[in-house]
Design a protein around this ligand. Structure first.
Ligand SMILES: Cc1cc2nc3c(=O)[nH]c(=O)nc-3n(C[C@H](O)[C@H](O)[C@H](O)COP(=O)(O)OP(=O)(O)OC[C@H]3O[C@@H](n4cnc5c(N)ncnc54)[C@H](O)[C@@H]3O)c2cc1C
Length: 457
């Protein structure tokens, strides 16, 4: 059997005995398939709103097995596709509401972590995105200007000049940086496990080692028994591609990470991140990092290929060339880390919709709900999605049930081999743009436009 590499989070949090699998037929009011943040927050919102509801959560492996237990730990007020919505005058008002909700969501997550006593290394230090090449400056300033133009202030998003940027993050090259306070760093697995304990306490039945084989109206079929439920929620993110009828709704894209052992205070004084800000830079090929609560550097990026037919395999979580590329990128950003040990390497799939916008949908006829397509920005978004899903299920008309992601349907991805060609071409082009910007110090504008049309990057 193929195994996947152990993440830093798994290695440091340790093994946890699995909860029991479904054993025989059961009946509940709401059955949630998927034990990541979407499933966990949906269960949490349902039970805190209506404690009498009978809710079961069914997880194929173990809570936090998916992206929720392996990610970069950015609890970010960013939402995939939001810049596109904000830039479009027709839907701007609701897009602004969505951005405000995302900002509010970061603090709400912090509140629940505090109330439930979840020990996950929460640090609300914001995000710094450095311009490490000249073309990054315009790109980063654009996202700030877009938000200022629609009413957000300097307190929400601001530009730091090179000296201010260097004060926070000591990168080898600095042309300034964008900064927002609306992000926190966490240990993602400890958050997922803590949430599972919280819903246990609220009386949710959490079943592990129970893959759902079929999801039908009123029924989830598993090898261990049928789960009858008035409402069924699918919270399977990248793994949605494994349901044949949903194969083209999202594509699984891999993000990979590496981490260092705890670094000593002298090294940290040469790196910065005193407030444990999460960090990135303005390159096309996404990179992200955080200073963990035990003083390591956890660093990731999206250089891995898309696999034909939207396949997901444990072996895809490990790409030696991508890990090496991440190490090189890390040392290029922080030369003081030359020779540093990399003690964990891992990865996992996230889900991207064709238009890069997530969805939270509840079909009132079939009483099936689904949420996801967060495109690598799901840690906070899944909390908002869970609260929306709970309101939709309970028939509550609230401020968040009219947000533009509610009921959103993206067009489907192209059939293969077009999908494989398009996505991998887009990924190769983003790498090419970064290299070219590195060499020339200028953005190749025409290629960026083509790339945007191809995969929305
Ligand atoms: C390496 C990496 C880094 C990332 N970094 C960040 C970050 O820093 N910030 C951020 O906002 N986002 C990040 N993301 C994305 C974020 O982790 C996800 O968007 C989010 O965790 C999705 O949560 P989810 O519950 O929808 O899906 P998942 O966490 O993937 O959970 C889905 C669950 O469903 C289960 N499942 C699937 N099929 C079945 C079935 N048939 N029956 C039963 N159970 C099933 C799976 O086992 C899995 O546990 C990252 C993702 C990766 C992979």
């Amino acid at each position: 059997m193929e195994t996947h590499p152990t993440s830093l989070w798994e290695a440091t949090a340790g093994d946890r005995p699995r909860r029991p699998a479904v054993a025989g037929d059961i009946a509940v009011d709401v059955a949630i398939v998927g034990g990541g943040y979407t499933g966990l927050w949906t269960a949490y919102a349902l039970k805190t709103t209506d404690p009498a509801l009978r809710v079961a959560l069914i997880e194929a492996e173990q809570v936090g097995f998916g992206a929720s237990g392996r990610n970069g730990g950015w609890v970010s007020g960013k939402l995939s596709g939001l810049d596109m919505l904000l830039a479009d005058p027709r839907g701007r008002t609701s897009a602004i509401r969505l951005q405000r909700e995302m900002i509010d969501t970061v603090s709400r997550i912090g509140d629940v972590i505090y109330e439930e006593g979840i020990d996950c290394g929460w640090a609300h230090g914001g995000t710094i995105v450095a311009a490490t090449r000249p073309p990054h400056v315009d790109r980063l300033k654009e996202t700030i200007e877009l938000r200022h133009a629609v009413g957000f202030g300097e307190d929400d998003y601001r530009w730091l000049d090179a000296a201010e940027a260097q004060e926070r993050l000591h990168t080898s090259r600095s042309y300034g940086a964008s900064y927002t306070p609306h992000c926190a760093a966490v240990d993602p697995l400890r958050l997922a496990r803590g949430l599972a304990d919280a819903i246990d306490r609220l009386g949710v039945d959490v079943y592990e080692s129970t893959p759902a084989r079929r999801i039908d109206p009123g029924m989830v079929r598993t090898d261990h028994g049928d789960v009858r439920a008035e409402v069924v929620v699918r919270a399977t993110e990248a793994y949605t591609a494994r349901f044949p009828e949903l194969r083209r709704d999202i594509v699984p894209v891999y993000s990979l990470m590496i981490s260092t052992p705890p670094l000593d205070p002298a090294t940290w004084s040469q790196l910065g991140l005193q407030r444990r800000e999460t960090f990135s830079d303005g390159r096309k090929q996404v990179i992200y990092g955080q200073r963990t609560d035990d003083g390591r550097l956890a660093f990731g990026g999206r250089g891995a290929p898309y696999h034909f037919g939207s396949r997901i395999r444990p072996s895809y979580d490990s790409e030696p060339a991508v890990f090496e590329g991440l190490r090189e990128a890390l040392v290029d950003l922080f030369p003081v880390l030359e020779g540093v040990e990399i003690d964990h390497r891992w990865g996992g799939p996230l889900a991207v919709t064709r238009d890069w916008l997530p969805t939270v949908t509840f079909d009132r006829d079939t009483k099936i709900g689904w949420a996801g397509g967060y495109a690598g920005q799901g840690v906070a978004t899944a909390n908002l999605a869970g609260r929306i899903m709970s309101d939709l299920i309970l028939g509550r008309d609230t401020d968040i049930t009219s947000l533009p992601i509610v009921g959103h349907r993206s067009r489907r991805w192209e059939p293969e081999p077009l999908r494989w060609l398009g996505i991998n071409l887009g990924l190769a082009m983003s790498k090419h743009v970064d290299r070219s910007e590195d060499r020339t110090g200028q953005a190749p504008r025409r290629r960026s436009a083509v790339m945007k049309r191809l995969i929305g990057l």
